[in-house]
Structures are given as C-alpha cells and as structure tokens.
Design a protein around this ligand. Structure first.
Ligand code: SF4
Length: 356
C-alpha cells in the first residue's frame, strides 16, 4: 500500500507522519490530577500496546500533574485543552509532548502567540481537532449541516492562525460520529493539507458499535494510505480500545505480531460449551505478541478439517478434545485440560517467533 506523504512531526520519542508506522493512541478517562489513577491507567495502556496517550487538562492542578506523570510512564503525553491558553502554557511548562487545542478558540492574538511561542521553544506539536458537531456557527448556518467541505474550511482557518506565526508542527483530525462523513473529510484533508492525520470516529459508542464504525471508516482510509495515528473511541475503560486498533492495523497489513483468533460459528454438532473458551482465549491473546492463528472448533468431527489453516487449534469433543498443530492432530486431551494446553502451546509458539 502506498501511504500518503505527510510532514514528519516529532512527539517526544515518536516521529509521527512521513512514512513512519501508524501510531496507536488512546485517552485516559481518569481525572489527570489524580496522578496515581492516571499513571496506573497509562501503564496498563502501555502494556496493551498503546504508544501515545491523551489526558484531559481542565485546570491548573491537571496541568501541574503532568510532570509527575511523565516521570513514571514511558509513552508521549498529549494534553487535551479547550479554550484556556494559560492551561496550555502551563502544560507545556510541565513537559507535555503534544497539545490538542484549536487556536481559533482561545481568544486574542496574544493568547495564541503565547501558546505558539512556548510550543516552538519546547518543540511541542499542536493538534487541531475538527469535530463535525462543533463547527463554527457561520459554516454550520451556511451548509445547514456538518459537511466534509465545512470541516476542511474550519481546519484551514485554525491552520492559518498557526502558519501565520510560522508554526508548522501541526497534526489534524476530522472526527464525526457519522463514519461516512469521517471518510469524506479525511479524504479531502489528505488532498488539502501536508500535515499528519489523526484518525478517529468520535462518540463511537460501545465496544461493538465502535469496532464496527471504526473498522468501516478507519479501515477504508488506511487501505487508501491515509492516516498517521489512530484512536478508536470506546465508552468506558480505554484499555478496551487497543485490541480493536491493533486488529484494524493488522487487517490493513500495517501491524505485525498480532494473533488471529478463529472460532467456528457453532452448529448442531457442537459438543462442548465453546463460548466461554473463546472468550478466555481472546482475552489471553491480548497479551501475546506473535503472528499466530489460533482456532477453537466445536466438534472433533469437522473441527480438524476446518481448523487446518490455523497454527494451533483445539476441537472439542464430549469428554475430550483434540489438539491440532498446523493441520495435524497432535493428541487427544481430557476436556478440562484443553484450554491450559492450548495456552501453553501459544506461549511456546510466541517465544519461538521472538527468537527468530
Ligand atoms: Fe459445527 Fe463442528 Fe463446524 Fe463447529 S467445527 S461449525 S461444531 S461442524
């Protein structure tokens, strides 16, 4: 896939844009000034594979907490700030790696100059986040509804404020809860701007609706070579977002070492309670970094045949099941040992890949 060329922007230790890999990001749902909770959540996100994390910075306490948080985590931090330029300056003074703020929303020119000045001095990029639900009044009234062209026009206004001050370390996002509008806006943005694009569908909902909308919209864009960083928004615990992002990137061929879980749909031949086993193995695979296809099949009659393309599989029987490796039946196992044996084999295969 040929990826759209964008300007390289440095965010802490990560380089975003140009032809760098697509960065996985998320956002904490803790109060940032609750540093213990925030640090703990960031460390969990890191473990899942998150590479950059955004924090809501709503007051001085949040901004001041950044320096303590930074000392105990390992990935770049992004401050999400609405309207208050002083909070943005304070976040920059406390070591933030990137700021998400719309310069057109922070008032007088001096306010923007203050933010730009410290961002230049400390090499902090700014993300301008265009949201279809909060376009400028004149654009909304003219178009009658959020449109991709209106979102681009809004971004152009904010971008001009920064480029007029000779500031170019910019990222852009064009979010909507309507995945088709997202696709249209990001396509236009990729033609219009040289800056890296942060992909996301906003207010995407539960794990199920978010996974569907994000796979549809962001998968389409990634296939077209559009997007430099990606967030899937899920209601609740942000750790739920990361496996979805990793799966989307893996399907698009942009991320390696992501396990692939295959489970038979079940039918009248199913011989054991397969659902909880699939859930347990899915959860287990979230901690595995390997290109490995794992299959869980509901019967020992058709299961082995249907699992023949998997690296490792189990096919459950009434009291015992089969362990199948690369299409070959390795052994018969008592029902209650199938899951633990499968996990052991997965770990072995993952270790073997690590050492390759
Ligand atoms: Fe049915 Fe067995 Fe196929 Fe599962 S593997 S769908 S139980 S035939």
């Amino acid at each position: 896939m040929k990826r759209t060329e964008t300007r390289a922007v440095q965010i802490g230790s990560l380089q975003l844009g140009h032809q760098n890999r697509v960065i996985i990001q998320s956002m904490c749902n803790t109060r940032t000034s609750d540093t213990a909770a925030t640090i703990s959540q960031i460390l969990q996100l890191e473990k899942m594979g998150c590479e950059m994390v955004r924090l809501a910075i709503i007051d001085e306490d949040d901004a001041k907490a950044i320096s303590e948080i930074k000392q105990q985590v390992h990935i770049p931090l992004v401050a999400d700030i609405h309207y208050d330029y002083r909070i943005a300056v304070l976040a920059a003074e406390n070591g933030i790696d990137k700021i998400r703020i719309n310069p057109g929303n922070i008032g007088a020119k001096e306010n923007v100059e203050a933010v730009v000045s410290i961002c230049k001095e400390k090499h902090i990029p700014i993300r301008i986040g265009i949201n279809s639900g909060s376009l400028e009044k004149d654009i909304h009234e003219r178009d009658g509804k959020p449109t991709a062209a209106g979102m681009i026009e809004s971004a152009q206004r904010h971008v001009k404020i920064l480029t007029d001050l000779n500031f170019h370390d910019i990222c852009l996002s064009f979010k909507s809860s309507d995945p088709n509008l997202c696709i249209e806006a990001y396509r236009l943005a990729a033609e219009t701007f040289p800056y890296p694009l942060h992909l996301g569908v906003t207010e995407a909902g539960t794990v199920m609706t978010s996974a569907v909308k994000s796979t549809y919209a962001l998968g389409t864009l990634l296939q077209e070579g559009i997007g430099d960083t990606i967030r899937v928004s899920v209601n609740g615990d942000p750790c739920k977002e990361i496996p979805i992002v990793k799966s989307i990137l893996h399907c698009a061929g942009l991320l390696k070492r992501v396990p692939n879980l295959v489970a038979c749909p079940t039918c009248g031949r199913t011989q054991f309670d397969i659902g909880p086993v699939v859930d347990e193995i899915e959860q287990f695979l979230q901690g595995i970094s390997a290109d490995i296809t794992v299959a869980i099949m509901g019967c020992a009659v058709n299961g082995p045949g249907e699992a023949k393309h998997a690296d490792i599989a189990i096919a459950g029987g009434r009291n015992e099941g089969l362990l199948i490796k690369k299409g070959n039946i390795m052994e018969k196992l008592p029902q209650d040992q199938m899951v633990s044996r499968l996990k052991t084999e997965i770990i072995k295969m993952a270790e073997a890949q690590k050492n390759q």
